[in-house]
Ligand binder design. Structure first.
Ligand code: URA
Length: 210
């Protein structure tokens, strides 16, 4: 195993007992990350859902299947990227006696980014980060990120020289008909752009604080 792989594994072990926020009380498993710690391309989603919470792996439900399909169409497999989320534990709410997913709160995201995501980025040192959805774009690119206006554009962030946001697979799954096809193709295109950028950015100087 590579040095980065070893360090990520060590950190995942530490994170598996994290109690830094309330999400620890309701989670089953901490979902730390998946893929290659040596990849120049990091994908960051929002947070685990029910299937991820049960298995401990990111993007294994319907959204994950769609992400895997789009990755393949963009010429990549999971082993070619490093995949994680803004928060590592499933945010839930109870509605009419049922447990549902919810977006992470700003305080939960802030705690988890400082404690774990920033350290993951520091180890992996990707050349490119592709944010899947607004919570990741808010954490990595800027706080008032507007998906409708700013998706697909390159930004320099303190974490990485090249950051971009793409539509979240769960959002795409909520679209129907032509809107679904368009949104899905947009994700494939953004994944291809991120792959191409990661290939060419490898040799450029890293200008991040990390
Ligand atoms: N949605 C996310 O943002 N992350 C996952 O791991 C699964 C679904």
């Amino acid at each position: 195993m590579s040095e980065k792989g070893r360090l990520i594994l060590e950190m995942a072990e530490q994170a598996s007992t994290c109690t830094a926020c309330d999400l620890a009380e309701t989670r089953t498993k901490v979902v730390f990350g998946d893929g290659s710690a040596d990849s120049p391309l990091m994908l960051i989603g929002e947070g685990p859902g029910m299937n991820e919470d049960a298995t401990g792996l990111p993007f294994v439900g319907r959204a994950g299947t769609l992400l895997d399909e789009c990755l393949r169409e963009a010429g990549m497999l999971r082993k070619h990227i490093y995949l994680t989320n803004v928060v590592k534990c499933r945010p839930t709410l109870e509605e009419a006696g049922r447990i549902k997913n919810r977006p992470p709160r700003a305080d939960e995201a802030g705690t988890c980014v400082t404690l774990w995501l920033e350290k993951q980025i520091a180890i992996v040192q990707p050349s490119v980060i592709l944010c899947l959805g607004a919570p990741a774009a808010n954490a990595i690119i800027h706080r008032s990120f507007k998906m409708t206006q700013e998706r697909g554009q390159w930004f320099e962030s303190k974490y990485v020289r090249f950051a971009m946001a793409a539509l979240h697979p769960a959002y795409i799954l909520r679209q129907e008909g032509e809107a679904y096809d368009t949104a899905r193709q947009t994700l494939v295109d953004d994944l291809m752009a991120a792959r191409d950028k990661a290939k060419t950015a490898k040799d450029e100087p890293k200008t991040t604080l990390f």
